[in-house]
Design a protein around this ligand. Sequence first.
Ligand SMILES: NC(=O)c1ccc[n+]([C@@H]2O[C@H](COP(=O)([O-])OP(=O)(O)OC[C@H]3O[C@@H](n4cnc5c(N)ncnc54)[C@H](O)[C@@H]3O)[C@@H](O)[C@H]2O)c1
Length: 466
Amino acid sequence: MSKKITKICCIGAGYVGGPTMSIIAKKCPEIWVTVVDINKERIDQWNNANLDNLPIYEPGLKEVVGETRGKNLFFSTEVDRAIDEAEMIFISVNTPTKTYGKGKGQAADLKYIELCARNIAKIAKNNKIVVEKSTLPVRTAAAIKSILDNNGNGVHFEILSNPEFLAEGTAITDLLHADRVLIGGEDTPTGREAKDALSKIYEHWLPKERILQTNVWSSELSKLVANAFLAQRVSSINSISALCEKTDANIEEVSKAIGFDSRIGPKFLNASVGFGGSCFQKDILNLVYIARTFGLQEVADYWEQVIILNDYQKRRFADNMITTLYNTVSGKKIVVYGWAFKKDTNDTRESAAIYVVDALLEENAEIVVYDPQVSEKKIYADLDYLNTRSPAENRRLLKVGDKPIEITKDAHAIAILTEWDEFKAFNWQVIYKNMLKPAFVFDGRRLLTTGSMEEIGFKYYKIGQK
Ligand SMILES: NC(=O)c1ccc[n+]([C@@H]2O[C@H](COP(=O)([O-])OP(=O)(O)OC[C@H]3O[C@@H](n4cnc5c(N)ncnc54)[C@H](O)[C@@H]3O)[C@@H](O)[C@H]2O)c1
């Protein structure tokens, strides 16, 4: 097996595959990097001459793509060819929660992973290192290995687990300054050689001591556990935000007070309308499913509570809006600022906004959404996917605006559901004038200042504060 990798391929040109491979291409100019996907539209967007039309919005991404694309970074739909040519193949396809059959609503759907493994087995004519970049249930590598070894052309496959820890919105910085890189592989001569080969790629820009080598199962499990711990912190502080609203305590002061404890630390202690994104919920559900599969009921119940609390927080926010608006939002215009699940991304998967708005639409509210990066098409697709009402009804009750100030004309209330920086810079005086009185603002991201909002005249509700 070649030690020095010169050609790699990544299957899946999504939020992980695209940015990760762009950075590898930038930092390893001698390596030829091809990112492939079956989604032609996505590949066309990655190849678009105008870098503002890349399929993913991430600060700093277009600069890196602009520097490397066409030199040693390529985007293509020719999956088989890329597999054939590569010495190392990253699998970076989506692993959503199953929506059917056994484990429905909890287990990870591994059909895309299995398709990739079968395809690699069919195409490969020489030894390959196969890297799991997707987040996978512990022991998936064994399944991939079995598929590869039983369907392959007699070549040797070495499977590595190399989970990705980047966060959307800060993907490029996270990749460039990763806290750690995890490489799981077998403790055999070829396994160790493969781990070293992958480590060498990362050593182009990261200190070796931050590249941890483990066994495959620890690596797979660590990714699920990291996300579970992060989400747990959000749910923990959100549970306290509900208590603050009842008791006159202030969540910001509580977060600061506990965050000063070096054992707790200050990060991930911001109360909000709830976490979203493609990963936290999916990965916890996965952990819960695995624990149940092994008969560990208490372990499963413990982690499931993190999701239950998150759902509660979104529902609580919507309920509070309805109650405050005199127990009815029917026919009332409500402006929603933010649809993405967090700032600096156009990703909306599991965004809290979807669920809060769905609850308000159930009460016949008239919604107008503004988000600086999310398209109208995506917003309707997210709502239609819930299947709560007909697509026609969604389009009747909800409109999407691109003029954030003008859309507040005659609105009863504004809900801030994503923490985009630009919302802070809005002219809130003008917004106040535009709105019906009393003018309500429900700040689900704790973005604005109570004093100045109240001074303007708003009835201002900030999550975690009475
Ligand atoms: N998004 C994140 O922030 C993040 C962070 C860390 C880890 N992860 C994990 O990384 C994995 C990928 O996540 P993502 O957000 O990039 O997903 P994504 O949906 O953005 O991208 C996945 C891509 O894989 C493609 N694909 C699916 N099957 C294919 C096949 N057989 N051949 C070629 N292409 C195929 C899809 O068309 C899609 O473009 C998931 O397992 C996720 O849990 C995601």
